[in-house]
Ligand binder design. Structure first.
Ligand code: COA
Ligand code: AMP
Length: 629
């Protein structure tokens, strides 16, 4: 039996022993009484009775163990022309000071802090400072609009918000403070204090006494020590799109998270202490939480924080420049970034100038890795390209080719095999196991391994209803696909109304809520359609209220602007069409999946439950992409 098969079998047969051994790589202040607490299914808790501090494991511990002078963080920002390196000792000092500043603003263990920051070192410092105090951070991605930020503030009810005067998107300065102020006005929860990082590119007006500048806040702050927390205490809440307009607050605990992420670095990514790891993502997404911030630092690696784009900052060689300059061993990004590079530099001419000899592997996740992109990257780089599949809820890979443990042959289009700890299965609608090669719901048999979501923030009921009810005893991933007869998992796409735009997870439900609020709109549907660069983009279809005499073009522009304004530019909704009617089942459900299939040029079968097939036929010319045969 190979190393992978042996580890996988051990993890499923005896999870307590498997994760108990992995937990030895974490510094516990009080060792756990139990590895897996399975006393109240379907809720499971890992490492109950244990106490630790995640920031201690990510920073202080490494300083004490001799890594004080090793770079912990390299900030590389082509958009501001800055590169800065922080050693573990320096970063520990900065985090302790900022934790002290937060404490002086009233933040204590268990309090929430919303972080709305661009990709600057302060984002990572603020996250770790919360961890240090035992406070719970909730980072909100900068591309979301004020309303989305307000929804998250109302759900997390933070004591403080940490933000900046601006972000920089390619060549554009994006003011953050007006968005924050608007969100705080919209939110019903009142936030006492905001810490604002003034950036040289734009000065923000402060609202005194609520707002305080970062520098002012840390000037007289006493460095704070790490506060011991229970392994089961929340480390963070990260909101993610569900099928409704209301985002889901995915909770991450401290103990299980530290153990799982530490294990994943060596076994999945093949990197260890001292190696340079670069996840080219954003701290606003789970990839950023896990693989820009926590996993590399828990492992004693050097992490790279990149404030730039794959293309245009300044060119499609940017990723190769960063990887070469900082001697990156493992690079992790989304397939869409590689497609953007490929589009601008199809023959990889820009690769030639860079020494990528330190680079061992390219990891891709966040959306399906199409075989064309896989093959291009593998050929250009001449290095292993690893697809792996996971989601905000899992926090770390569920299916992967385990580069560090045992690399399996690649099958382009499949993220390979179930990661130890995840009993991945494919079920038919009636709950029976699908035959190999047959598509169904991809689920994970409970208990999920450590590091995965224990629940949703203050909403156990929604957690059970969303994930654990459709197939009792199993976690529903929301993805469909199959497992082949060699155990390779093939993830074919979401089975719900979540879409994935440029590696960003978005809810069509949220966009529909915004569009339906327009006084001229009777009903609408937003579907995700295939896009050669972004994987998917949203497309809106609206039916007008009878008697409305709006100019369709003007109305559509208005709706696009509303979505940009209320959901955020990241939604990337550019196309809306006015139609006579939407196809529905006899019970009134809009046939979004069928419309999506037609838009993608698939040979879709029309459900027998359709109310009026004529409605769908009338829509075909609107749905079909202009380039489709
Ligand atoms: N703050 C403010 N605005 C933001 C933002 C942020 N943090 N992130 C994105 N936006 C804006 C963009 O400026 C853009 O605005 P525009 O419509 O005015 O041009 C819009 O949101 C859409 O952004 P994006 O989806 O990033 O598209 P793009 O055309 O700017 O870039 C790619 C396309 C492929 C280069 C880019 O999406 C990319 O680098 N993707 C990698 C994805 C990734 O890292 N995913 C994380 C999961 S691993
Ligand atoms: P997020 O929660 O933002 O990480 O998005 C998770 C979703 O992205 C998953 O449920 C999948 O639909 C999709 N996804 C992520 N990685 C992959 C992958 N490697 N292959 C296919 N789909 C993926």
């Amino acid at each position: 039996m190979g190393a992978y098969a042996a580890a996988y079998e051990r993890s499923i047969a005896d999870p307590t022993r498997f994760w108990g051994l992995a937990a030895r790589d974490i510094r516990w202040l009080v060792p756990p009484d139990r590895v897996l607490d399975d006393g109240a299914p379907p809720f499971y808790r890992w490492f109950t009775g244990g106490e630790l501090n995640t920031c201690d494991n990510a920073l202080d511990r490494h300083v004490e163990e001799g890594r004080g002078d090793q770079p912990a963080l390299i900030y590389d920002s082509p958009v501001t022309g800055t590169t800065a390196t922080y050693t573990y000792r320096e970063l520990t000092g900065l985090v302790a000071r900022f934790a002290g500043a937060l404490r002086e603003l009233g933040v204590e263990r268990g309090d929430r802090v919303v972080i709305y920051l661009p990709m600057i070192p302060e984002a990572l410092i603020a996250m770790l400072a919360c961890a240090r105090l035992g406070a719970v951070h909730s980072v909100v991605f900068g591309g979301f609009a004020a309303k989305e930020l307000a929804v998250r503030i109302d759900d997390a009810r933070p004591k403080a918000v940490v933000s900046a005067s601006c972000g920089i998107e390619g060549g554009r300065v994006v003011p953050y403070k007006p968005l924050l102020d608007a969100a705080l006005d919209l939110a019903t929860h009142k936030v006492d204090r905001c810490v604002i990082r003034q950036r040289p590119q734009l000065h923000a007006d402060l609202v005194r006494p609520r707002d305080v500048e970062w520098d002012e806040a840390v000037a007289h702050a006493q460095p704070a020590d790490c506060v011991p927390v229970a392994a089961t205490d929340p480390l963070y809440i990260l909101y993610t799109s569900g099928t409704t307009g209301r985002p889901k607050g995915v909770v991450r605990d401290n103990g299980g998270h530290a153990v799982a992420l530490r294990w994943s670095m060596e076994n999945i990514y093949g990197v260890g202490p001292g190696d340079v790891f670069w996840a080219a993502s954003d701290v606003g997404w789970v990839v950023g939480h896990s693989y820009i911030v926590y996993a590399p630092l828990l492992t004693g690696c050097t992490t790279v924080l990149y404030e730039g784009k794959p293309v245009g900052t300044p060119d499609a060689g940017a990723f190769w420049r960063v990887a070469a300059q900082h001697r990156v061993k493992a690079l992790f990004t989304a397939p869409t970034a590689i497609r953007a590079i490929k589009k601008e530099d199809p023959h990889g001419a820009l690769l030639a100038g860079y020494d990528l000899s330190a680079m061992d592997t390219l990891f891709l996740a966040g959306e399906r890795l199409d075989p064309g992109t896989y093959e291009w990257a593998a050929e250009m780089l001449g290095k292993p390209v690893i697809d792996h599949w996971w989601q905000t809820e899992s926090g770390w890979p569920m299916v992967a080719n385990l580069r560090g443990l045992e690399q399996m042959p690649v099958k382009a289009g499949s993220p390979t095999v179930a990661v130890p700890g995840y009993d991945v299965r494919v079920l038919n609608p009636d709950g029976t196991t699908a035959e190999p090669g047959t598509d169904g719901d991809i689920v994970v048999r409970l208990p999920l391994p450590p590091g995965t979501l224990p629940t949703l923030w203050k909403d156990d009921e929604r957690f059970v209803e969303s994930y654990l009810t459709r197939h009792p005893g199993h976690y529903l991933t929301g993805d469909g696909g199959h497992i082949d007869d060699e155990g390779y998992v093939w993830v074919m796409g979401r089975t719900d109304d979540v879409i994935n735009v440029a590696g960003h997870r978005l809810s069509t439900g949220t966009m529909e809520e915004v569009i339906s609020a327009h006084p001229a709109v009777a009903e609408c549907a937003v579907i995700g359609v295939h896009d050669p660069l972004k994987g998917q983009v949203p497309r809106g279809l609206v039916v007008l209220k009878s008697g409305v005499l709006a100019d369709p073009e003007e109305l559509c522009d208005e709706l696009v602007a509303m979505v940009r304004d209320q959901v955020g530019p990241v939604a990337s909704l550019k196309e809306v069409a006015v139609v006579q009617a939407l196809p529905k089942t006899r019970s009134g459900k809009i046939l979004r999946g069928t419309m999506r299939g037609i838009a993608d040029g698939e040979d879709v079968s029309v459900p027998s439950t359709i109310e009026d097939p004529g409605v769908l036929d009338a829509l075909r010319p609107v749905l079909r992409p202009p380039t489709a045969p």
